[in-house]
Design a protein around this ligand. Sequence first.
Ligand code: PMP
Length: 360
Amino acid sequence: MERVYNFAAGPACMPEWVLKKAAAEMTNYHGCGMSVMEMSHRSAEFQEIIDSARDRLKRLMNIPEDYEVLFLQGGGSLQFIMVPLNLMQHKADIINTGQWTKKAIKEHKKLGEVNVVASSEDANFTYIPKIKQEDLSADSDYVYICENNTIYGTKYKQLPPHEGKLMVADLSSCICSERINVSDYDLIFAGAQKNMGPAGVTIVILKKSLLDIADQDKLPSMLSYKVHADKGSMFNTPPTYAIYMVGLVCQWLEEEIGGLENMEAINHKKAKMLYDYIDSSKLYTNNVAKEDRSYMNVPFVTGDKDLDAKFVAEAKKAGIANIKGHRTVGGMRASIYNAMPVEGVEYLIDFMKKFEQENA
Ligand code: PMP
């Protein structure tokens, strides 16, 4: 069977270039006679792999010198509690834009006070609430957002006001999809399994000065950013193969794509093609506020549950995998991460047109 176009929300499609390179290096990495999976994390070979992955990510994202880059485990979900454990002294201001901020709110509340600054739950999270500086608590330590909401297909196009506060953002489903100014943030985290590689490694980028906030005597070692930073992300055995794959994805972004400026242009092109078609179609709709539409996750419905199910089934037969929407939204969702080529989106649109004609 040939490869399909995989529109999964994560774990998601990977660049074929990366898969082929990993396959070629699988049994004998650079002549060392073993796979990266079999290497000691203390070996010179693996040290080079993790250093190069970190350096490539720093170059790609233009990460300033006063930021630390960590490769951790536990997914985005562990960050929902690691962030407050390490940074929260008084209170957190969280903007609720869906399931992933709800979970962060729930975890934060186990440790302290949360101010839910605003929420778009009233409209099933189809927009990004706009807030003002006055809406923030006087005594909060940080403003927390989920920048791209994987389930609903919404995206912050600019950060909310956060004067005098730290800015914390979950970039799980949009990291490296566009250029960002890292110094606008104090802490960024992202599970790798959408835009950066396989599941199993979580990237945390944080200002070095934040490492000194928490009382290290009270913090469990594995949950301390400082412990991981001091040990170069090797306090314990890191997810070695996943880190290697992140390094290959970064190499692909640098050498094959030509950096995040090019990646951003490709992603905007793909998203525009799909939204333009959906907006022009009589069958499909995307309910997200236009200014808040995600470049990565594009949910759409036909308005008829049976027809949605038929779409998903026929798409699968046509080599379009994992196009079913999240159960809380229904319909379909096309996740068009970095690794989804323009041709994949063209193929999807052609299929959608044909389905529309046949089911008008
Ligand atoms: N944040 C966002 C935006 C996500 O999409 C997800 C997972 N899809 C998570 C956090 C949770 O990540 P994990 O499953 O890696 O814990």
